[in-house]
Design a protein around this ligand. Structure first.
Ligand code: DGJ
Length: 741
C-alpha cells in the first residue's frame, strides 16, 4: 500500500520505496503540505509538522481564527487573494470579474493503477506494478468551481505524478487564468536550483544557483519546451553530490509553454510551481466543462544526482515511453542530412545506403529535401509528396531498394510547418498562424500551420499516412524548426485567444497519437532544430529525440552530460559526423566521435562513401562494438563520474553498468592535453564489491570495491606515434570492466 489515509485526521501519506509525501486537511478545509523527503513512518497525525505560531502584521483567515495565517503556511494548491501572497497555483475569473476563489476539501478516492490521459501525454501504470492514484476533490461552493488533485504513486521508481482537473459546476462561465500542474511547499530554502539552459547547438548546459529570497524561474513562451530552458529542474541541498545527499526533481510531461518557478518567501518557505506558463494561458470553462492540466513528475533521492537520474530513467521506461519501444533496441542509423543537405538524387542516396549496409548500419534515414521542390529551405513545407526531379522513380522505389539492402527505411517530415512557396499555401493561404492584417514573422523562411484546427491536422495526417504506407516506413523523424509567433487563432473567439498555445500543442499530440494508432510499429524520433523540444511530452510519443544539431564530439559531451540528469541515454539521438565539424570547425578523431555517440542511440551523419578505406573499417568496428554492447549503452544503468561543467572543465567521464553488474563501460574524455600531468585514477561506480573484474582484458584482476574506492590508473604519457593511447587533445578512452567468470 503506497497510499495511507487517516480518515479522521484527514492525513494523506504517500510512500514510495524511499520517500514520503504527506499532506492534510487544515482548519479552513484547505490542504496543508506537511512533508516531502526521506521515507518516514506512517502515523495518525503529524501535528508537530503542522505547527505554526501567530505572527504580527499578517492577515488571518476567517474573522475568528486569527492564528491561521495563510502566508505562513505550506499548502498543496494555493488560491489567489485569500491571504497567501506568494504566487498561487491557480487563479480564476468568475463571470462578475472576481478573481477570488477558495477550494476546500470535499472528499477523496483511490484508484489502483494509473490510467492514461485522453488528450495529453501522460504516465501510466498497472495495479500489479504497485501503482496507485489518489484523487482529492476540492470545491468552492460560491463559484461552483471544483478541482481534483491527482497523485499517482510509482512506488518502485520513487516517483509521484501530479496533475489537476478543474470542472465548472456552476451555471456561469469560469475563466481559468492560471492552472499549474503541481505546487510543492518546502520548509526552508537551503537549496541549489539546478536547471539546464542553452540555445541552438548548445542545449542543456548545467546552471546551478543558490536559492535567494523572491522568485527565480525558468520557462518558455515559444510554444515549445525550447533550446533555451528545459522543464526539468532539481532542488538539491548544497552538500549533495552525485552519490550522496538530498535532491528533488521536477519535470513536466508537456511540450509547450511552461513555467518552473521557485519562490522563497519571508519565512524562508520555498514554493515550487510547475505547469503551463500562465503568461500565455487562459481557459474558459462553460458550465459542466472540465480542464485537465499536463502532468508533473516529482521525485526525491537521498543518494544524490546519479540515483535520482536512474530512478527517473526507470520511470520513463516503465511508465512513460511507448511500451512498444521503451525497452526495444534502437537501430543504428545513417542520416543523409550532413552528408548531402538538399543536394541528392536516388543514386547518391543508394550509394550511402549500400555503404551503410556494408558497414553494418541498420536504418537509412532520408532527411529534409525529398518533397515538393525543396532545393533550399525557402520552399515546399506542407507539400508532402515526392520531388520527382530528385527521385524520378518515387519514394516507394527508393524505399524498396533500401529495404532490399536489408536496411530499414526512415523519412523526415516537418508536419507543423508551411512555406509560402508551396502548393499547400496556394490552396490554403489561411492555414498558417497569423494575426489579422499583419504579415506574420518568418523563421527559417517558414510559417506555422494552425494545429488548433482539426481539418488542418487531418490534412497533414492524410499526407503523412500515405507516405508511411506506400513506402512501408520503419521510422519517422518529426522535425520542428521555428518557434511560434503571431499567436492568433482565426477560429477562436476573442475571449478564447489565450487558449491558442495550449490548443496548438494538443493538436500536435493529436496528430502523433493518430499516426501511432495507425502505424504502431513505426519508430518516431522527435527533433526541433536539434534539441528544441527535448521533453517528456515528446518522449511519450517519440521514444528518442535528436539531442542537438551540434555533433561536434566535445560539444556533445557537455550536451549529453547535461541532458543525462533528467533523461535516459536511449532518449538521445547521438551521431558521428564529419570533420571539420559543421558547427564548430573542430577536428576530433573518429574514435572520439564514436566513443561519445555510443552513449545514446548511435547514428552516422556524414557521407560514408567519401571516407577512406581505413575510416570505413573503423566505422565497421564501431558499429560491431556498439551492437555487442547496445543493450548496455541504451538501457544500462548510467552514472556520471566527472562533470565537464566542473573544475577546470577539461575532463568528463561517465559509465554504464549492466543489470547483473558483470559488465561496465566507462568513457573518459580529455578536452586538451596537459603536459607532464599529475597522476590520475578513474573511479568506477555500480560494480559488485566482491566480484573480480578485468579492465580491457587486463591480466591483473580487480575487486569491484577496489575499482570504486582505490580506482584504476589512467595512462598519462603521450606516445606521439599513437596519440589516442594517452591524454592527447580531444581524446576518449573506454575502460571495459568485465567480471571474471
Ligand atoms: C534541423 C534538424 O535538427 C536537422 O537534423 C535536420 O533535420 C534539419 N532540420 C533539416 O532541415
Amino acid at each position: 500500500m503506497s497510499i495511507s489515509v487517516n480518515q479522521q485526521a484527514k492525513v494523506f501519506h504517500l510512500q514510495t520505496a524511499h520517500s514520503s509525501y504527506i499532506f492534510h486537511v487544515m482548519a479552513n478545509g484547505d490542504l496543508g503540505q506537511l512533508y516531502f523527503g526521506r521515507k518516514i513512518h506512517v502515523k495518525d497525525h503529524y501535528d508537530n509538522l503542522a505547527k505554526r505560531e501567530r505572527r504580527e502584521a499578517m492577515v488571518s483567515w476567517g474573522n475568528d481564527v486569527d492564528d491561521f495565517q495563510p502566508d505562513n503556511l505550506k499548502t498543496e494548491y494555493a488560491a489567489f487573494g485569500r491571504g497567501d501572497f506568494r504566487d498561487p497555483a491557480y487563479q480564476i475569473a468568475a463571470e462578475n470579474g472576481s478573481r477570488i476563489s477558495e477550494l476546500a476539501y470535499a472528499g477523496y478516492h483511490i484508484d489502483e493503477g494509473k490510467a492514461r490521459l485522453s488528450e495529453l501525454p501522460s504516465a501510466f501504470g498497472q495495479p500489479s506494478e504497485g501503482v496507485q492514484t489518489l484523487t482529492i476533490d476540492l470545491a468552492d461552493p460560491l463559484t461552483g468551481l471544483q478541482a481534483s488533485l491527482h497523485y499517482s504513486v510509482f512506488e518502485q521508481e520513487d516517483v509521484i505524478v501530479r496533475s489537476t482537473t478543474f470542472s465548472n459546476l456552476s451555471d456561469n462561465k469560469i475563466i481559468l487564468r492560471r492552472a499549474m500542474s503541481a505546487q510543492l511547499d518546502l520548509p526552508d530554502s537551503r537549496f541549489q536550483m539546478i536547471s539546464f539552459a542553452g540555445s541552438w547547438a548548445r542545449e542543456r548546459q548545467e546552471v546551478k544557483n543558490a536559492l535567494k529570497p523572491g522568485i527565480q524561474s525558468v520557462g518558455s513562451l515559444r510554444t515549445a519546451s525550447s533550446h533555451q530552458e528545459n522543464p526539468f529542474i532539481m532542488l538539491a541541498r548544497p552538500e549533495t553530490t552525485e552519490d550522496t545527499g538530498d535532491v528533488f526533481a521536477f519535470n513536466l510531461i508537456y511540450s509547450g509553454n511552461f513555467l518552473d518557478q521557485v519562490e522563497v518567501n519571508h519565512y524562508d518557505l520555498t514554493r515550487v510551481l510547475i505547469g503551463i506558463h500562465p503568461e500565455e494561458f487562459a481557459w474558459t470553462l462553460d458550465p459542466n466543462e472540465s480542464f485537465q492540466t499536463p502532468e508533473a513528475v516529482l521525485s526525491f533521492s537521498k543518494q544524490g544526482f546519479n540515483q535520482l537520474s536512474q530512478q527517473l530513467t526507470n520511470f520513463y521506461a516503465n511508465h512513460l515511453v511507448n511500451p512498444r519501444f521503451a525497452k526495444q533496441s534502437r537501430p543504428i542509423l545513417v542520416n543523409n542530412w550532413e552528408a548531402t543537405y538538399f543536394d541528392f538524387n536516388e543514386d547518391k542516396l543508394l550509394a550511402i545506403a549500400k555503404k551503410a549496409a556494408e558497414l553494418g548500419i541498420e536504418l537509412f534515414v532520408l532527411d529534409d529535401g525529398w518533397f515538393g521542390h525543396r532545393d533550399d529551405d525557402h520552399t515546399s513545407l506542407g507539400d508532402w509528396f515526392v520531388d520527382k526531379k530528385k527521385l524520378p522513380q518515387g519514394l516507394p522505389h527508393l524505399a524498396d531498394a533500401v529495404h532490399g539492402l536489408g536496411l530499414k527505411f526512415g523519412l523526415w517530415f516537418e508536419p507543423e510547418m508551411i512555406s509560402m512557396a508551396s502548393e499547400l499555401y496556394k490552396k490554403h493561404p489561411d492555414w498558417l498562424i497569423a494575426s489579422p492584417k499583419r504579415q506574420p514573422i518568418a523563421g527559417r523562411n517558414q510559417y506555422v500551420l494552425d494545429f488548433t484546427r482539426n481539418e488542418i491536422v487531418d490534412a497533414v495526417f492524410q499526407m503523412m499516412a500515405q507516405r508511411i504506407e506506400e513506402s512501408h516506413l520503419d521510422y519517422v523523424k518529426w522535425d520542428m524548426n521555428r518557434y511560434i509567433t503571431d499567436m492568433f487563432g482565426s477560429e477562436l473567439p476573442a475571449d478564447r485567444q489565450l487558449e491558442m498555445a495550449h490548443r496548438y500543442i494538443l493538436g500536435v499530440y493529436h496528430l502523433y497519437q493518430r499516426l501511432i494508432d495507425r502505424f504502431p510499429d513505426v519508430l518516431f524520433e522527435s527533433c526541433a532544430s536539434g534539441g528544441g523540444r527535448f521533453d517528456l511530452g515528446m518522449m511519450y510519443y517519440a521514444p528518442q529525440a535528436w539531442t542537438s544539431d551540434n555533433t561536434d564530439a566535445l560539444s556533445r559531451i557537455q550536451i549529453q552530460y547535461g541532458t543525462s540528469y533528467g533523461y535516459a541515454p536511449s532518449m538521445m539521438g547521438a551521431h558521428v559526423s564529419d570533420v571539420p565539424n559543421y558547427q564548430t570547425g573542430r577536428i576530433t578523431p573518429l574514435s572520439t566521435r564514436g566513443r561519445v555517440a555510443y552513449f545514446g542511440d548511435l547514428g552516422y551523419e556524414l557521407d560514408i562513401t567519401k571516407l577512406s578505406e581505413k575510416e570505413q573499417q573503423e566505422i565497421k568496428k564501431q558499429v560491431a562494438f556498439y551492437k555487442r554492447h547496445r543493450q548496455l549503452f541504451q538501457f544500462g544503468t548510467f552514472y556520471r563520474l566527472q562533470s565537464p561543467f566542473a573544475g577546470d572543465k577539461n575532463v568528463a567521464s561517465w559509465e554504464v553498468v549492466n543489470a547483473d553488474r558483470t559488465l561496465a563501460i566507462t568513457a573518459r574524455y580529455q578536452f586538451l592535453n596537459r603536459p607532464n600531468p599529475a597522476y590520475l585514477r578513474l573511479y568506477f561506480k555500480g560494480l559488485s564489491p566482491d566480484r573480480l573484474y578485468r579492465i580491457n582484458g587486463s591480466e591483473e584482476t580487480f575487486f569491484g570495491d577496489e575499482l570504486e574506492n582505490a580506482g584504476y590508473a589512467v595512462d598519462q604519457i603521450l606516445d606521439i606515434n599513437q596519440p589516442m593511447t594517452a591524454s592527447a587533445d580531444f581524446s576518449a578512452h573506454l575502460f571495459i570492466a568485465q567480471a571474471v567468470e
